[in-house]
Design a protein around this ligand. Sequence first.
Ligand code: ATP
Ligand code: MG
Length: 400
Amino acid sequence: MEWNELLIRYGELSLKGRNRNFFVRRLRKNIKDAMHDLSSVRLRAERDRMFLLSDNPKEMKEAMERLPDIFGIQSFSPVAKCEADLEAIKAKAIEVIGSHETKGKTFKVEIKRADKSFPYVTSELQQEIGGHVLRHFPELGVKMKHPDIQLLVDIRTDGAFLTSSTHKGAGGMPVGSNGNSLLMLSGGIDSPVAGYLMMKRGVSVDAIHFASPPFTSDLAKQKVIDLAQKMSTFGASVRLHIIPFTELQQAVVHQVPENLSMTTTRRMMMQIADKVREEIGALAIVTGESLGQVASQTLESLTAINAVTSTPILRPLIAMDKLNIIDIAQKIGTYDISIRPYEDCCTIFTPANPKTKPRLEKVEHFESYFDFDALIEEAVKNRTVVETGKVAVEEFDDLL
Ligand code: ATP
Ligand code: MG
């Protein structure tokens, strides 16, 4: 079946009152970005819905495959177009119904007639088209309430438009409509899921990764780049900042007693992240921490880590079970990348018995003997930035 248009609906957006225009424009930009390499695909926006149009069936199919990943879309329907002529509509209806499994199924025709000059009334059209379909597919039953296939024929002055199915969109809000954040991205299972959940709420994401070569390998780095690349398909490109962390980690091991080194390492990461966050103009830091998973994820530990900044630290997974997190990771396609074997800077330097209840005064006391600030500044300065995802087609001009 060759479709001519994709009708896009955006549910939650309509609740947004005054900000509506802003959200719709952001969604429009994200869709355009996602389709930027499909040159035949055009976007047309109406008051409360949008259409993707193309006369290239291959690109239309590709566009249809990309739509379910874009946040802010509630649902979409493929549309077939033909001349506003009864015979043409009947022929198209057969094609459209033929794209469904019809055995043991029920159907119904619904007519919308915006073009009042069309020479048939609604009931005539329903009978003509419905009868024609039944002659072609005698196995179909007719059902007025909740049929399996609902054929909608919309007759307008510029043609007749037929739809018969609605696909679920990703929901959520357009990425970028709720500000920017910096995601601490390890190579593990959790942090990409945390980033995904923030993006779903409309927050765009830069990512920061701490690498400690030669203790961590190029493969470990590539894995994180692949994760950022994968995350870019959810609606906006993810820029990745890679921090050289070896020197700092070694300093921590020398300066701080072993059972507190994990806490201090986290505090260093957080301070570096906060500086990068400030440079890129993001408003929050996001982590994949989940309460009680490991020693650094107790409330005491989180308190000691939080103490280095007043920036909001968002932890969307904090109350989630690991199995739930894995489930999401599998659904969004990051799981297979995350489980590639790799060494994380934290695991390599993990002490045998990290304190699960570190005391802030103690941590601060040991840190005070060394000028960590200089190393923090240097790490921020020497970071490498990797661009992933698609390049924006046009700059987004704010309405607000
Ligand atoms: P993940 O699966 O995300 O690695 P985890 O359960 O393994 O999480 P930790 O390794 O303790 O937990 O990491 C907790 C959080 O700290 C991560 O979710 C991530 O946000 C951040 N983090 C850990 N290591 C790094 C790293 N090398 N670079 C950037 N962020 C990191
Ligand atoms: Mg980890």
